[in-house]
Design a protein around this ligand. Structure first.
Ligand code: NAP
Length: 507
């Protein structure tokens, strides 16, 4: 692993939820493990007034609550870490705030023995997306950005999701960023890519030789990708209502999972080799046009129900949600990949909130054997027990891999039933996996863009999702299926997928 260089990390939106729950704990954890260089500093920037000391107290409280290594309050490691944190109050449209920030950063460089204009900077945009362009514009205007070809210092900017709300706004944001930054300095984050088990998809596919020859239309019947959440909108009703499941989950996390599952093997593990293959894959998916939207998508919205004994209100009664909202809290999609490897293989994507459980899983169902050798020997229920082989890659929880294969049931008759060969991460590796933000922030400090999304990738994903958005918007009466909170989504989604699979098998 490369060694991290001393860096000043500036978090914009430092009084927010993401900073408190994820970013600060991730930075503490990597610092505890000795993965940050000596002299690394963290500067929080936000609009509300706060002293360095107040910020440090809040940081220590957040670390006790949210860090995976569970430090105790007042412990020396907390004090050491918080003493490397600073706070700057400022406004995003005020150049003086950015000049003040520059002064603070240069003072910290000086204390570290780094001459002025030689300090490395990682800017993390953890604010609402409405101010992303403005912040980068101000950074450019006030001289915070290093020349991308400067070999002595670097500037990198991590941009949080959502990256735009459609193709047009994403392209406009890309344009604004590239007016100030070189693509090598832009790190668009999708925290799903930082998850160990998502990276394991690449290890599984390209570090082994036995599955890859089966990984195509000749052997795979169809693929399911499921991202189920049991949480509701959790006080973020206003944001969620203007977004919905398609923008919030499919455009980023689910299409990234699909790209990793279906892309061609890259020529190397270099960032652009991997990202080139993902873009090629996303570009090979024909967008769903407005006229096909009913054939290829189901959208749903949760109604009152119970999850873990707790009563959940109708989505329409959540704070911040419009009472007549047609925003989807559930979506199922059918996509195809028009290339030689995957032509004709449906990929079913399904995601939703307020579902019966939290689960992220990819299921690859293989074709039936070409000859049903044993089926005439079994009847009724026995025959229905025979199932095609299924490979399941479980991203969360109980991360692992399961392969279901048909086995003979002991006895006089030739009866087959599916049995699982299973591998569970936790049982095999007795270590806690690093959190997604730990990995990704460290990668940004090390200058590794492999797990970040490139400009063309984000636009290819929006192109796909835009067709569905337009199709739904053109419906005179929105086709939205209600489902009870605490179930696995609308019945119509199961029916849509089951009927579709039945039809494609009959062909
Ligand atoms: N929270 C998560 O788990 C999560 C997960 C994935 C992605 N994200 C993304 O990360 C970013 C931050 O999320 P968050 O949950 O931390 O957001 P947040 O708590 O709503 O906001 C972060 C901070 O931004 C400032 N802010 C709020 N409204 C603003 C406005 N109109 N203009 C300028 N500043 C404003 C506030 O600080 P001041 O008022 O002090 O300036 C606030 O504390 C968002 O883009 C979000 O979509 C969050």
């Amino acid at each position: 692993m490369n060694k991290a260089k001393p860096t000043t990390i500036v978090i914009f939106g430092a009084s927010g939820d993401l900073t408190r729950r994820k970013l600060i704990p991730a930075l503490f954890q990597v610092s505890l493990e000795g993965l940050l260089a000596k002299g690394t500093r963290i500067v929080g920037f936000a609009r509300r007034e706060k002293s360095h000391e107040q910020f440090r107290v809040e940081i220590e409280e957040a670390l006790v609550e949210f860090t995976r290594s569970k430090p105790s309050a007042g412990s020396p490691e907390l004090k050491v870490f918080s003493s490397s944190c600073y706070y700057q109050t400022g406004n995003y449209d005020n150049s003086k705030s950015f000049h003040d920030l520059k002064e603070l950063l240069e003072r910290l460089d000086k204390e570290n023995g780094i001459s002025s204009d030689k300090g490395n900077r990682l800017f993390y945009l953890a604010t609402p997306p409405t101010v992303f362009s403005g912040i980068v514009g101000m950074l450019g205007q006030t001289g915070h950005i290093a020349d991308p070809n400067d070999e002595e210092r670097w500037t990198r900017v991590i941009i949080e999701k959502p990256f735009g709300r459609d193709l047009e706004t994403a392209s406009a944001l890309n344009k604004n960023l590239s007016a100030i930054l070189d693509e090598r300095q832009i790190y668009r984050i999708d925290h799903y890519l930082g998850k160990e088990t998502v990276q394991n998809i690449m290890a599984f596919r390209f570090g082994n030789s036995i599955f890859e020859p089966l990984w195509d239309r000749r052997y795979v019947s169809h693929v399911h990708i499921t991202v189920a959440e049991s949480v509701c909108v959790e006080g973020r009703g206003g944001y969620y209502d203007s977004s919905g499941a398609l923008r919030d989950m499919v455009q980023n996390h689910m299409l990234q999972l699909l790209a990793l599952i279906a892309m061609e093997p890259p020529a190397s593990f270099a960032p652009d080799a991997v990202r080139d293959e993902k873009v090629k894959l996303l570009s090979a998916i024909p967008p769903i046009g407005a006229s096909e939207v009913n054939e290829c998508s189901i959208r749903g919205q949760y109604a009152a129900g119970t999850i873990d004994g707790k009563l959940i209100p109708d989505y329409l009664r959540e704070n911040g949600v419009k009472p007549d909202s047609v925003t989807e809290t559930f979506v199922a999609l059918k996509l195809y990949v028009d290339n030689w490897r995957w032509a004709g293989v449906p990929f079913y994507l399904r995601t939703g909130k307020a579902l019966a459980g939290r689960l992220t899983e990819v299921n690859i169902e293989f074709r039936q054997p070409p000859l049903a050798l044993f089926s005439h020997m079994q009847e009724g229920e026995e025959r229905s027990r025979m199932k095609p082989n299924m490979l399941s890659l479980r991203v969360q929880p109980n991360e692992g891999i399961r392969l279901s294969i048909g086995m003979k049931v002991p006895g006089q008759k030739m009866v087959l039933e599916p049995q699982d060969m299973e591998f569970c991460y936790q049982d095999v590796f007795d270590v806690e996996a690093p959190g997604a933000y730990e990995r990704l922030i460290l990668d940004a400090i090390l200058g590794d863009t492999t797990l970040f999304i490139r400009q063309d990738e984000v636009e290819a994903a929006w192109k796909l999702v835009n067709g569905v958005i337009d199709g739904w918007a053109s419906e005179e009466v929105p086709h939205i299926h209600l489902y009870r909170a605490g179930t696995w989504g609308p019945y119509a989604a199961d029916e849509f997928i089951t009927n579709d699979i039945r039809k494609s098998k009959a062909l």
